[in-house]
Design a protein around this ligand. Sequence first.
Ligand code: ATP
Ligand code: XMP
Ligand code: GLN
Ligand code: MG
Length: 497
Amino acid sequence: MKRETIVVLDFGSQYTQLIARRVREHKVYCEIHPYNIPLNQLASIQPKGIILSGGPASVYATDAPLLDPKILTLGVPILGICYGMQLIAHLSAGGKVHPAVEREFGSAELIVDLPIPLFADLSKTIDVWMSHGDRIDVLPDGFHPVAHTHNSPIAAIADLDRDIYGLQFHPEVIHTQDDNRLLANFVYEVCECSDEWTMQSFIAEATEKIRTETGGARVLCAVSGGVDSTVLAMLLKRAVGDALVCVFVNNGLLRKNEADQVLSTFRELGIDVYYVDATDQFLEYLSGVESPEQKRKIIGNQFIEVFKEGLEQIGQIDFLAQGTLYPDVIESVSVKGPSATIKTHHNVGGLPENLPFKLIEPLRELFKDEDGIPFPGPGLAVRILGPITQERLDMLREADEIFIAELRKAGLYDEIWQALTVFLPVKSVGVMGDERTYENVVALRAVTSTDGMTADWAKIPHNVLGVISNRIINEVRGINRVVYDISSKPPSTIEWE
Ligand SMILES: Nc1ncnc2c1ncn2[C@@H]1O[C@H](COP(=O)(O)OP(=O)(O)OP(=O)(O)O)[C@@H](O)[C@H]1O
Ligand SMILES: O=c1[nH]c(=O)c2[nH+]cn([C@@H]3O[C@H](COP(=O)(O)O)[C@@H](O)[C@H]3O)c2[nH]1
Ligand SMILES: NC(=O)CC[C@H](N)C(=O)O
Ligand SMILES: [Mg+2]
């Protein structure tokens, strides 16, 4: 049976992914395609409904991204959001879109004038989220005006015969206070989708697909202990059982007890892991290296070496599973300009592309909710400024464990996007028990952020910082000074290297 699918056509809105996520929250599968997807390709998806996203352009501009007008005649229900609605008006006979006298950003009160099924179970006035400079001035033929705001006399439109709708506001953002009803009404009432796309149905379908794809051959999954590779390994275990080969490499740059924790997690999951302790090899190659980029390069290369050696022992494997997620897939077809058009999927631990595997990517349809603080691939290597030594790694591990534990204890862990401890290559004078000390400094770094691209330093209460500093200086031998990093990104970065 064909899976019921809602397609979002992307005109470059910052909210495109959010639209897809909101639709999926209603247990209806939704995928994103560029606005200029060829008509036959779109038709072959057999969408139950099409949503046209917002976008930064103006429909009347000469280089505006347009829609193949035949899409409006497919007989599939369509919902245009903001730019999407303006486009429907622009492409339909009689419709006129012009710059509004006043631009409208933020909350606005929407008054519903025509109670159509799209607005079922909603009150007559709704607080909605606006973000536009253009508006429909003349309604296209065949459309009814459905709602208005103070600044947008035509804030929602409907052609009930053809099931084509437009909203000037953004139903996908939480500031539109409709309890996510508008998109629910669109997918259930207008498109007549059922709520059958669940994680259970995804797992069942993905399991079947992996079995068919691999046909009993062995599958390699490199695991880091992170969410993506762990979920991937669980799904593969279910699908191929003992044909799954998991490999976990200890590069000596992990946090305190991390390797043991990863191994015990996999034991609890009933998944065998081929464990390679390559600490000595990594530290040997990193010995004396100070340049951050050099460190990264060495770590990447050693990863490949370790993997190749491991594979010689494990023997022939046909498939490599990667934890590519939907945002990676979307980026590779993005409309946001040529620089973003081709993105190589993030490589498993920097594995080279010429290894003799066929790739499978069972998670490529999924989004992930951000969870906890990420740990970067190069690990503690980029948190020790200057040369890496076992002694420095040990001090840093202890200090880092205290920092994170105290953040959790203070209930701050979930508000913080990234938290780390940096070992500085300087010594400073202190006094401990009347004795002069001449020891090391660590810097604490904690930031708030939504995507890691920009970040602000976290305003951790002074008393919490005090406890952390005391504990580190008292408990970690070799450290007599703790400083807190109060730089934002930009101009600084989150990590120090
Ligand atoms: N120490 C390791 N041993 C084996 N494989 C690893 C290791 N570190 C990373 N990998 C592999 O490289 C992939 C990419 O790592 P990275 O940390 O950059 O991505 P990620 O998105 O955080 O994924 P994850 O949540 O699985 O860690 C991981 O998903 C895993 O397959
Ligand atoms: O896998 C990774 N390999 C790297 O080389 C690397 N460098 C930084 N980071 C992580 O990326 C986010 C942003 O960090 P920066 O502001 O330091 O660039 C932060 O979350 C960093 O931890 C890395 N992750
Ligand atoms: N958010 C949008 O889609 C904006 C559409 C169009 N650029 C406008 O300003 O009206
Ligand atoms: Mg990871």
